[in-house]
Design a protein around this ligand. Structure first.
Ligand SMILES: Nc1ncnc2c1ncn2[C@@H]1O[C@H](COP(=O)(O)OP(=O)(O)O)[C@@H](O)[C@H]1O
Ligand SMILES: [Mg+2]
Length: 317
């Protein structure tokens, strides 16, 4: 039955019932109206309005459910679709809405996949140029400085050695930046080594201890999923260092039924209700990319917890 007829019939039922009561009941209305008659009529009208409101609410409730879902839908957090209930137009509306959500989620996932892979390619390019161009030049400068300092008279020799130190410092810094941009260890030595390097190389402020517990014999996740785990760990670590004022950070990677779980927990001040920035949304996009589940929220003993569960593809050990 269409929405129009549904609402029309609900209203008609109320009106007919009221009319029948007036016709068949012992109700009279005199002119001028008496106080008791006015009271009975007012009561009757109030009852009719209440019945009408209740019936309308019942008739429109499926629409309200869809409207609620529409306002809370977040394409980065796939949620269960509203159940296709009701009749005619309403069921069709819910179904159309659900198909639209499916399509939007798929499009969103495809476009973030494109954006993320372009970003990774660009990072690789910048890292390679830093390493191959700037790194090589600085290495050459370093060797030349060493040669010149070797047969320069003092105090010039000492000054040259200081310049050499500064140059070595920037060379290290450039290598570190290149490693963060393109985690070569990830491709060469695997996820556990890459996370170990990340935990030891992340510059921690005074008073923050980083502990790690990384299981060794984990199932193969595949290149893409490993990069996702690495990037999410990288962002979570950076966030703790930058925002949490924590004294302790636990980084763990372990085997769970059906997958691998990454967990980063700190004892800092927690998210509070700040809006999610590009970093956290980026984590969600990456997780969606490989069908992983991401939890961002308070830890069991305060602070912040980031938990990522990556399913293991079929066929890997
Ligand atoms: N571990 C954390 N502890 C406390 N606050 C955090 C933590 N991680 C994120 N936040 C809060 O969430 C906000 C959004 O984080 P994010 O999306 O990574 O953006 P950004 O790091 O660029 O500020 C941060 O500005 C910060 O206030
Ligand atoms: Mg951040």
């Amino acid at each position: 039955m269409s929405l129009f007829w549904r609402i029309f019939l609900l209203n008609a039922a109320v009106l007919v019932a009221a009319g029948a009561l007036l016709l068949l009941g012992p109700v009279t209305v005199s002119a001028p109206v008496l106080l008791t008659e006015a009271m009975i009529l007012t009561g009757g009208i109030a009852f009719m309005l209440a019945a009408n409101a209740a019936l309308l609410r019942l008739g429109l409730s499926p629409l309200q459910r869809v409207a609620r879902t529409m306002t809370t839908t977040d394409l980065l957090r796939p949620s269960p679709r509203p159940e296709v209930a009701g009749h005619g137009e309403i069921a069709a509306l819910i179904e159309t809405f659900n198909t639209m959500l499916d399509r939007l989620e798929a499009e969103r996932a495809a476009s973030s996949a494109r954006a993320l892979s372009a970003q990774e390619a660009e990072r690789r390019r910048v890292a390679r140029e830093l390493h191959d161009e700037v790194g090589q030049t600085l290495t050459a400068v370093l060797l030349e400085l060493k040669r010149v300092a070797g047969h320069a008279p003092e105090p010039l020799g000492e000054e040259l050695r200081q310049v050499q130190e500064i140059t070595r410092g920037s060379l290290d810094e450039i290598r570190r930046i290149a490693r963060r941009l393109r985690p070569g260890v990830l491709e060469e030595l695997g996820l556990v080594s890459a996370l170990t390097a990340l935990a030891t190389e992340t510059p921690a402020p005074d008073g923050l201890t980083i502990r790690r517990q990384l299981e060794k014999d984990l199932p193969e996740l595949g290149e893409e999923a490993e990069l996702v785990v690495y990037r999410i760990a990288q962002e979570a670590l950076t966030n703790t260092v930058r925002h949490a004022r924590a004294t302790r950070l636990d980084l763990s990677l372990r085997h769970t039924p059906g997958g691998v779980e990454l967990r980063i927990r700190d004892d800092g001040r927690g998210f509070g209700d700040v809006p999610e920035g590009a970093g956290l949304r980026g984590m969600r996009e990456r997780a969606l990319l490989v069908g992983a589940e991401l939890f961002l929220g308070p830890g069991p003993r305060g602070g912040t917890e980031v938990r990522l569960h990556v399913p293991v593809p079929n066929g890997s050990k």
